[in-house]
Design a protein around this ligand. Sequence first.
Ligand code: E4P
Length: 217
Amino acid sequence: MKFFIDTANLEDIQKAYKIGVLSGVTTNPSLVAKENIKFEDRIAEICREVPDVESVSAEVTPNAITAEEMITEAEELININEGDDKITIKLPMNLEGLEACRYLSGKGVKTNVTLIFTVNQALLAARAGATYVSPFLGRLDDISEDGVLLVSKIAELFRLQKLDSQIIAASVRHPDHVTRVALAGADIATIPFQVIEQISKHPLTDQGIAKFAADWK
Ligand code: E4P
Protein backbone atom coordinates (compact mmCIF):
# COMPACT_ATOMS: atom_id res chain seq x y z
CA MET A 1 0.00 0.00 0.00
CA LYS A 2 1.29 3.43 -0.95
CA PHE A 3 0.99 6.61 1.13
CA PHE A 4 -0.55 9.87 -0.04
CA ILE A 5 -0.81 12.85 2.29
CA ASP A 6 -4.25 14.37 2.77
CA THR A 7 -3.66 18.10 3.19
CA ALA A 8 -3.21 21.39 1.38
CA ASN A 9 -0.68 22.55 3.99
CA LEU A 10 2.72 23.06 2.38
CA GLU A 11 4.73 22.56 5.57
CA ASP A 12 3.12 19.18 6.26
CA ILE A 13 3.70 18.15 2.64
CA GLN A 14 7.38 19.11 2.87
CA LYS A 15 7.81 17.19 6.14
CA ALA A 16 6.22 14.04 4.69
CA TYR A 17 8.04 14.31 1.36
CA LYS A 18 11.48 14.44 2.91
CA ILE A 19 10.89 11.14 4.73
CA GLY A 20 10.76 9.58 1.26
CA VAL A 21 7.55 7.56 1.56
CA LEU A 22 5.14 9.86 -0.23
CA SER A 23 3.55 8.77 -3.52
CA GLY A 24 0.95 11.52 -3.80
CA VAL A 25 -1.12 14.32 -2.28
CA THR A 26 -4.89 14.71 -1.97
CA THR A 27 -6.69 17.97 -1.29
CA ASN A 28 -10.34 18.91 -1.06
CA PRO A 29 -12.27 22.21 -0.83
CA SER A 30 -12.35 22.08 3.00
CA LEU A 31 -8.58 21.49 3.24
CA VAL A 32 -7.82 24.28 0.75
CA ALA A 33 -10.20 26.70 2.54
CA LYS A 34 -8.19 26.24 5.77
CA GLU A 35 -5.08 27.57 4.02
CA ASN A 36 -6.54 30.92 3.00
CA ILE A 37 -4.69 31.02 -0.32
CA LYS A 38 -5.79 31.00 -3.96
CA PHE A 39 -6.62 27.40 -4.88
CA GLU A 40 -4.73 27.27 -8.20
CA ASP A 41 -1.64 28.87 -6.64
CA ARG A 42 -1.55 26.26 -3.90
CA ILE A 43 -1.93 23.36 -6.36
CA ALA A 44 0.97 24.78 -8.40
CA GLU A 45 3.10 25.11 -5.23
CA ILE A 46 2.28 21.56 -4.14
CA CYS A 47 3.29 20.18 -7.54
CA ARG A 48 6.63 21.98 -7.30
CA GLU A 49 7.26 20.62 -3.79
CA VAL A 50 6.67 16.98 -4.76
CA PRO A 51 8.06 16.69 -8.30
CA ASP A 52 8.32 12.92 -8.56
CA VAL A 53 5.08 11.67 -6.96
CA GLU A 54 2.44 9.91 -9.08
CA SER A 55 -0.54 12.12 -8.26
CA VAL A 56 -1.69 15.45 -6.81
CA SER A 57 -5.48 15.53 -6.51
CA ALA A 58 -7.19 18.86 -7.13
CA GLU A 59 -10.94 18.81 -6.66
CA VAL A 60 -13.37 20.72 -8.88
CA THR A 61 -15.03 23.46 -6.82
CA PRO A 62 -18.56 23.20 -5.43
CA ASN A 63 -19.51 25.88 -8.04
CA ALA A 64 -19.15 23.26 -10.78
CA ILE A 65 -22.49 21.45 -10.78
CA THR A 66 -22.84 20.09 -14.32
CA ALA A 67 -20.41 17.78 -16.10
CA GLU A 68 -19.57 20.62 -18.52
CA GLU A 69 -18.74 22.95 -15.65
CA MET A 70 -16.58 20.28 -14.02
CA ILE A 71 -14.75 19.68 -17.30
CA THR A 72 -14.13 23.42 -17.76
CA GLU A 73 -12.63 23.65 -14.25
CA ALA A 74 -10.63 20.46 -14.85
CA GLU A 75 -9.13 21.90 -18.02
CA GLU A 76 -7.98 24.97 -16.09
CA LEU A 77 -6.50 22.79 -13.35
CA ILE A 78 -4.54 20.53 -15.69
CA ASN A 79 -3.01 23.60 -17.32
CA ILE A 80 -1.72 25.00 -14.02
CA ASN A 81 1.70 23.44 -14.60
CA GLU A 82 1.88 22.69 -18.29
CA GLY A 83 2.77 19.10 -19.11
CA ASP A 84 2.59 18.02 -15.46
CA ASP A 85 0.61 14.80 -15.65
CA LYS A 86 0.46 14.20 -11.92
CA ILE A 87 -2.44 16.65 -11.53
CA THR A 88 -5.42 14.42 -10.89
CA ILE A 89 -8.94 15.77 -11.18
CA LYS A 90 -11.02 14.92 -8.16
CA LEU A 91 -14.69 14.65 -8.99
CA PRO A 92 -17.75 14.13 -6.80
CA MET A 93 -19.47 10.75 -6.91
CA ASN A 94 -22.67 11.71 -8.69
CA LEU A 95 -24.02 11.35 -12.22
CA GLU A 96 -22.44 14.62 -13.37
CA GLY A 97 -19.13 13.66 -11.81
CA LEU A 98 -19.23 10.26 -13.54
CA GLU A 99 -19.92 11.89 -16.90
CA ALA A 100 -16.99 14.26 -16.39
CA CYS A 101 -14.85 11.30 -15.29
CA ARG A 102 -15.60 9.32 -18.44
CA TYR A 103 -14.80 12.35 -20.62
CA LEU A 104 -11.55 13.26 -18.84
CA SER A 105 -10.36 9.64 -18.60
CA GLY A 106 -10.92 9.35 -22.34
CA LYS A 107 -8.59 12.32 -22.80
CA GLY A 108 -5.90 10.62 -20.71
CA VAL A 109 -6.42 12.85 -17.65
CA LYS A 110 -6.00 11.19 -14.25
CA THR A 111 -9.22 11.19 -12.21
CA ASN A 112 -10.15 10.52 -8.59
CA VAL A 113 -13.83 9.93 -7.84
CA THR A 114 -14.41 11.01 -4.27
CA LEU A 115 -17.01 10.67 -1.52
CA ILE A 116 -17.60 6.97 -2.13
CA PHE A 117 -19.66 5.21 0.52
CA THR A 118 -20.89 2.02 -1.23
CA VAL A 119 -19.46 -0.78 -3.36
CA ASN A 120 -21.89 0.13 -6.16
CA GLN A 121 -20.57 3.69 -6.26
CA ALA A 122 -17.02 2.33 -6.54
CA LEU A 123 -18.09 0.01 -9.36
CA LEU A 124 -19.72 2.87 -11.28
CA ALA A 125 -16.65 5.07 -10.82
CA ALA A 126 -14.35 2.29 -12.04
CA ARG A 127 -16.56 1.72 -15.08
CA ALA A 128 -16.44 5.46 -15.78
CA GLY A 129 -12.68 5.06 -16.10
CA ALA A 130 -11.59 6.51 -12.74
CA THR A 131 -7.86 6.22 -12.12
CA TYR A 132 -8.60 6.30 -8.39
CA VAL A 133 -11.72 5.76 -6.28
CA SER A 134 -11.85 7.22 -2.77
CA PRO A 135 -14.00 5.45 -0.15
CA PHE A 136 -14.26 7.62 3.01
CA LEU A 137 -13.93 5.16 5.86
CA GLY A 138 -13.77 7.58 8.81
CA ARG A 139 -17.04 9.22 7.86
CA LEU A 140 -18.71 5.78 7.70
CA ASP A 141 -17.30 4.89 11.13
CA ASP A 142 -18.71 8.22 12.36
CA ILE A 143 -22.24 6.96 11.60
CA SER A 144 -21.53 3.55 13.19
CA GLU A 145 -20.90 1.74 9.91
CA ASP A 146 -17.75 -0.20 9.03
CA GLY A 147 -15.48 1.83 6.75
CA VAL A 148 -12.72 -0.80 6.56
CA LEU A 149 -15.26 -3.44 5.52
CA LEU A 150 -16.27 -1.20 2.60
CA VAL A 151 -12.63 -0.94 1.50
CA SER A 152 -12.19 -4.71 1.66
CA LYS A 153 -15.39 -5.33 -0.35
CA ILE A 154 -14.30 -2.86 -3.05
CA ALA A 155 -10.85 -4.51 -3.19
CA GLU A 156 -12.46 -7.94 -3.55
CA LEU A 157 -14.79 -6.72 -6.30
CA PHE A 158 -12.01 -5.02 -8.26
CA ARG A 159 -9.96 -8.24 -8.04
CA LEU A 160 -12.87 -10.44 -9.16
CA GLN A 161 -13.84 -8.19 -12.05
CA LYS A 162 -10.30 -7.23 -13.02
CA LEU A 163 -10.96 -3.51 -12.65
CA ASP A 164 -7.80 -1.51 -12.55
CA SER A 165 -8.92 1.65 -10.71
CA GLN A 166 -6.77 2.09 -7.61
CA ILE A 167 -8.46 2.29 -4.23
CA ILE A 168 -7.48 5.29 -2.11
CA ALA A 169 -8.62 4.68 1.46
CA ALA A 170 -9.64 8.21 2.51
CA SER A 171 -10.92 9.83 5.68
CA VAL A 172 -8.29 7.85 7.58
CA ARG A 173 -8.29 9.04 11.17
CA HIS A 174 -5.85 6.89 13.19
CA PRO A 175 -3.07 4.27 12.99
CA ASP A 176 -5.42 1.29 13.30
CA HIS A 177 -7.23 2.47 10.15
CA VAL A 178 -3.88 2.40 8.31
CA THR A 179 -3.08 -1.19 9.28
CA ARG A 180 -6.57 -2.42 8.57
CA VAL A 181 -6.95 -0.83 5.14
CA ALA A 182 -3.51 -2.16 4.13
CA LEU A 183 -4.67 -5.67 5.08
CA ALA A 184 -8.04 -5.07 3.39
CA GLY A 185 -6.30 -4.50 0.06
CA ALA A 186 -6.30 -0.70 -0.39
CA ASP A 187 -3.75 0.40 -3.00
CA ILE A 188 -3.21 3.71 -1.24
CA ALA A 189 -4.07 5.35 2.06
CA THR A 190 -4.31 9.12 2.08
CA ILE A 191 -3.60 10.32 5.57
CA PRO A 192 -2.94 13.56 7.48
CA PHE A 193 0.67 14.25 8.58
CA GLN A 194 -0.28 13.71 12.21
CA VAL A 195 -1.18 10.08 11.42
CA ILE A 196 2.05 9.58 9.43
CA GLU A 197 3.92 10.70 12.56
CA GLN A 198 1.83 8.46 14.81
CA ILE A 199 2.46 5.32 12.75
CA SER A 200 6.22 5.89 12.95
CA LYS A 201 6.16 5.70 16.74
CA HIS A 202 6.05 3.14 19.51
CA PRO A 203 6.88 3.74 23.20
CA LEU A 204 9.23 0.71 23.23
CA THR A 205 11.12 2.21 20.27
CA ASP A 206 11.65 5.44 22.25
CA GLN A 207 12.65 3.49 25.37
CA GLY A 208 15.04 1.35 23.33
CA ILE A 209 16.71 4.40 21.77
CA ALA A 210 17.06 6.01 25.21
CA LYS A 211 18.58 2.82 26.67
CA PHE A 212 21.07 2.43 23.81
CA ALA A 213 22.07 6.08 24.32
CA ALA A 214 22.49 5.62 28.08
CA ASP A 215 24.52 2.40 27.69
CA TRP A 216 26.70 4.01 25.05
CA LYS A 217 27.67 6.78 27.49
C1 E4P B 1 -9.77 12.43 0.77
O1 E4P B 1 -9.44 12.59 -0.36
C2 E4P B 1 -10.41 13.45 1.63
O2 E4P B 1 -9.73 14.66 1.41
C3 E4P B 1 -10.30 13.17 3.11
O3 E4P B 1 -9.66 11.96 3.38
C4 E4P B 1 -11.51 13.46 3.91
O4 E4P B 1 -11.29 13.13 5.24
P1 E4P B 1 -12.21 13.63 6.43
O5 E4P B 1 -13.41 12.76 6.48
O6 E4P B 1 -11.35 13.45 7.65
O7 E4P B 1 -12.56 15.06 6.16
